[in-house]
Write a protein that binds this ligand. Structure first.
Ligand SMILES: Nc1ncnc2c1ncn2[C@@H]1O[C@H](COP(=O)(O)OP(=O)(O)OP(=O)(O)O)[C@@H](O)[C@H]1O
Ligand SMILES: [Mg+2]
Length: 262
């Protein structure tokens, strides 16, 4: 069975979507069957992959969770072969409220994914910047977490709370949930601060921290406005090189992960 990775950090703007989109793209290019589920009402992952937010007739993540439309009917192709997306929508903002009174309110995504029988290698969930019900649904459904951390002031702020939520989810809804990895983003090696943050994160997360560090790279921030992952927009950029490298590390880790599960 495929690996379900929730890309999560309740801090806003740390590179969750950039990492979801570009890691998904490079895993697809490497021949893996990848599905990206955009769980964020902002739907940045969807627009970053060229999906039109106003496609009202297309089933999306809201349809999947609330209307119980099968995942196979919610998937749209992208520019990248092997990569399909379940699009986000502003309607997801209301989904938090609609889920609240349900008895299985944290398990709706998990239930939806359990009904999906097509083979895949990775299902990547791009989470919104909160620890609300949508994110809890992702944590319940996931095999493991992928945590992007921006190498900036207050980088580790909020990480304690994220780890507490992770432990609670393990004790209640998803005992096999693990941390797949932590990736440092928007790194500017010229600054003392970035280097200090890198050290702090590596001390806190140890081996879980990926060797690959994503540099601050303007091409990565331009690509979404063209609706393209970096692999299409500028394959030779430093940002593309970094996400390609990260995808290699992810593949290696997946192999170890599978051996451990077996
Ligand atoms: N390595 C990078 N270099 C330069 N810009 C980046 C990089 N990574 C992300 N950005 C830019 O920083 C902003 C925030 O990134 P992104 O949207 O990926 O974060 P996020 O965690 O998904 O945000 P949100 O919490 O709002 O969902 C975006 O404008 C993005 O283009
Ligand atoms: Mg985002």
């Amino acid at each position: 069975m495929g690996l379900i990775l929730a890309v999560v950090n309740q801090k806003g703007g740390v590179g969750k979507t950039t990492t979801s989109v570009n890691l998904a793209a490079f895993l697809g290019i490497r021949g893996k069957r990848v599905i990206l589920v955009d769980l964020d009402p902002q739907a940045n992952a969807s627009s970053g992959l060229g999906i039109d937010k106003k496609q009202e007739n297309t089933a999306n993540t809201y349809s999947l969770i609330i209307d119980k439309v099968p995942l196979s009917d919610c998937l749209q192709p992208t520019l990248v072969r092997n990569l399909r997306v379940c699009a986000g929508t502003i309607d997801l903002a209301g989904a938090e409220i609609e889920l609240a009174p349900l008895p299985n309110r944290e398990q709706c995504l998990k239930t939806a994914l359990a009904g999906f029988t097509e083979p895949y290698d990775y299902l990547i969930i791009d989470c919104p910047p909160s620890l609300g019900l949508l994110t809890l649904n992702a944590l319940s459904a996931a095999s493991a977490l992928l945590i992007p951390i921006q190498t900036e002031y207050y980088a580790l702020e909020g990480v304690t709370q994220l780890m507490e939520t992770y432990q609670t989810v393990r004790q209640t809804m998803n005992p096999t949930l693990e941390i797949f990895g932590v990736v440092l983003t928007m790194f500017d090696g010229r600054t003392q601060l970035a280097n200090q943050v890198e050290q702090d994160v590596r001390r806190y997360f140890g081996e879980k921290t990926f060797k690959t560090v994503i540099p601050r790279n303007v091409r990565l921030s331009e690509a979404p406005s063209y609706g393209q992952p970096i692999s299409v927009y500028d394959r030779r950029s430093k940002g593309a090189e970094a996400y390609l490298k990260l995808s290699r590390e992810v593949l290696k880790r997946t192999k170890l992960w599978k051996e451990k599960q077996a």
